[in-house]
Design a protein around this ligand. Structure first.
Ligand code: IMP
Ligand code: MG
Length: 185
């Protein structure tokens, strides 16, 4: 692996190697397997819902470790400036699956302030799922400003900016198998 990488105007140094990510994903998959073995009744098929673009790589690794019958799909969150008091409107693009009465597990790359996840949770509510939980590869406890539970967190980090394994800096860095952190120079 490269020790440092340059993306646009910033330099990043390696922070979490791929094998450590793999062990963290293993731990979270073991928890999910145990929880859903009890929760899922006969004929019930939980739905893993990945949030594009960031979650694509985490989703792929996580799904290889899930041991119960499940479906998967991806959604994209569109935020754009618009009218209204907050000036922000978000919508779910691509939710084709029937979510009503299903156990849904949202798969995210990172929960930072929790703002985008809150929008997603609100949009999903309208589809009347049986339950919704969140599994995130990274969680920033120091930045999180919301009250909803983030049940499955593979790794917690400080308020630093990272790239790799799906995460980007202005669209670059998503393809790295290791995690890199921004440096001061
Ligand atoms: P939140 O709405 O503040 O929770 O931010 C969530 C989104 O910001 C994530 O889905 C990422 O797209 C992006 N983000 C937050 N922190 C990082 C980071 O450290 N690296 C790359 N993207 C990040
Ligand atoms: Mg994201």
């Amino acid at each position: 692996m490269k020790k440092t990488v340059k993306l646009h105007d910033r330099t990043f140094r390696v922070m979490i190697p791929a094998d450590e990510l793999d062990r963290a994903i293993d731990r979270v998959a073991t928890l999910i397997n145990a929880d859903y073995a009890d929760k899922v009744g006969e004929g019930e098929t939980p739905l893993f819902l990945g949030v594009l673009n960031g979650a694509f790589m985490f989703m792929s690794e996580l799904m290889k470790k899930v041991e119960f019958n499940c479906e998967l799909s991806f959604v994209k969150l569109a935020s754009y400036s618009g009218m209204g008091s907050t000036g922000k409107v978000s919508e779910l693009i691509g939710l084709r699956n029937n979510v009503e009465g299903r156990h849904v597990i949202i798969v995210e790359d990172i929960v930072d302030t929790g703002e985008s996840m809150e929008h997603l949770l609100r949009s999903l509510e309208g589809h009347k799922p049986a339950s919704v939980e969140i599994v995130t590869l990274f969680f920033k406890p120091g930045a999180f400003k919301k009250n909803f539970p983030v049940k499955y967190r593979a790794l917690e980090i400080g308020n630093e900016f990272i790239v790799g394994f799906g995460l980007d800096y202005n669209e670059l860095g998503r393809n790295f198998k290791d995690i890199y952190v921004v440096t001061n120079n």
